[in-house]
Ligand binder design. Sequence first.
Ligand SMILES: Nc1ncnc2c1ncn2[C@@H]1O[C@H](COP(=O)(O)OP(=O)(O)OP(=O)(O)O)[C@@H](O)[C@H]1O
Ligand SMILES: [Mg+2]
Length: 447
Amino acid sequence: LFKAKEAFTIWKINTKELKMDLDDWQKEVLAVDGNLVLRSGRQVGKSTIISIKAALFALEHPDTLVLVVASVERQALLLFEKTLGYLLDHHKKEICTGTKRPTKHVINLKNHSRIIAAPCGLNGHGIRGYTADLVIFDEAAFIPELVFISIIPALMTRKTRIVLLSTPFGREGFFFNCFSDPTYTKFHISSLDCPRANKEFLEHQKATLSQAVWEQEYLGEFSERLRCFFSTELISSIALLKRLEPASMLNPVNVRPPGAGALEGKKYMGVDLARMGSDQSSFCSLRRTPPGKIEMFDLKVTEKTVLTDSIRLIKELENQYNYFKVAIDSAGLGAAVYDILNETEGIRRKLVPIDNSTRSLDREGKQHRRLLKEDLYANLLGLMQRQEILIFDDPELIMSLRSIQYEYTDKKDIKIWGAYDHITESLTRAAWLAAKDKGLNIWVDFK
Ligand SMILES: Nc1ncnc2c1ncn2[C@@H]1O[C@H](COP(=O)(O)OP(=O)(O)OP(=O)(O)O)[C@@H](O)[C@H]1O
Ligand SMILES: [Mg+2]
C-alpha cells in the first residue's frame, strides 16, 4: 500500500475540492493500483470512493475503458452516477460534449477514455464483448458465480485491474475467494468505524437484528450461520416468463401490459410498502392459470414515493385487473394505506391484512410455532419446488429472491431475512393468497 499522503500526489486529489474529508481507508483505496477487494458494513462510503477511483483512473489513463458492473442496472447506475457527478464537479472540461456527451450509461472523456455502466444479470450477457482496463463490480457478493466464470477471462487483458466491493453474502464464490487471493489488496471496514455512523441507529439495528445479520450487514463479516433460502438453480427453474413490458420496473407509469384484458383466471396482488420515502415498494400480481398453476403477470416497483402514490397505484391496478384478493401489510407503515383502502368501496372486501409479526394458526386451530412470515416463505418455496409457480425472468426480482437468507434460532426455529427483500415480500403475499385459495396444503415443511 502507498501511504495516504502519497496517494494524493499520485491521484492529484485536493481534499478541499472534494468538499469532504476522505477517511484514511478511502485514501488508501485510491492509492491501490491493481486488483482490490473491499468488504464492509452498510453505508461506510465504499461506492462513493470507488466511483471517484473510476473517474480518476479514466482521467489518468488515456484511451482506456472503465466498466462499472452490478447484477442489476439500478445498482450499476448508482455508482456510475456518482462518477459522473464527481467528474462534473471537478473535471468538467475533460468530459466530451455534443454527440459524445454523457448518456445514461456512457461517459466519454476528451482523453479518449470511456466509463460504461452495465448490469451483468444472471449470466453476464450485459457485459459480453467488452475488453476493459478497469472493471468494478458493485455489490459483488450478489453477482452470480456464472458471470465470473464465463465473463471475466474475456474482459481481461494482461493489465486489467479488478475492483470488487460488497457487503458480505455467503461463504463461497468469487468475492469470498478473493479474500484469500494474494493478488488482491484487501479492505475490511466495519460500520462502527465509520466517523459518519449514527450511533443511535446502529444500536437500534443491533438490538433488532439477529446477531448473524448484524455481523454481516454492519460489521462486514462473512456469516457462518446465514444460508440462502432460495437456491439459484431453483429460481432459474421457475423464472421462465419473459417480462410483458420492456419499461423499467422503477417506472410504474406504464402499468398496462399488452393483452392484459385477456388474462384469464383469478388474480391476486401482494403489496409490500416502503418506509416513508426511502426504500422501495413492490406490487406483485399473480393469477391462477386454467391448468392450475400460478403465474406472475405484473410486477411494479416504486422508489421514493409517498403513501398516496401507493394507494393510487393499487387502485389503478385493481381497476385494470379486478383482483380476487389483495394482501397488504397491516402493521407499521402499511397500516395507514390499509385503513384508507379499507374505506374504499369495491376494494374493501378484497383486502387481506398481513402482519409479518403475528403468529398464524394451524389447521387444528392451535397456535403455530412459526411466525406467519416464515409460513409465507415456506409456501412460496413449496410452490417453487413443486413447479407450481412461474415468475418473470427479471433481474431485480431474481436478485431479491437470491438475497433471502435464513438461519436457525437457538430454539431450532427458522428466521428469515433479506437485504433486498421488498419484491420477494410482495411475491410471498400474492403466492400465499393464490395457494390458500386453491386449498393447497400450505403447511409445507422446509429443510
Ligand atoms: N468521506 C466522506 N465524507 C462525507 N460523506 C461521505 C464520505 N464517504 C461517503 N460519504 C457519504 O456517505 C453516504 C454513504 O456512502 P456510500 O453510498 O458510498 O456507502 P456504501 O458503503 O456504498 O453504502 P451501501 O452499503 O448502502 O452500499 C453517502 O451519502 C455518501 O455521500
Ligand atoms: Mg454502495
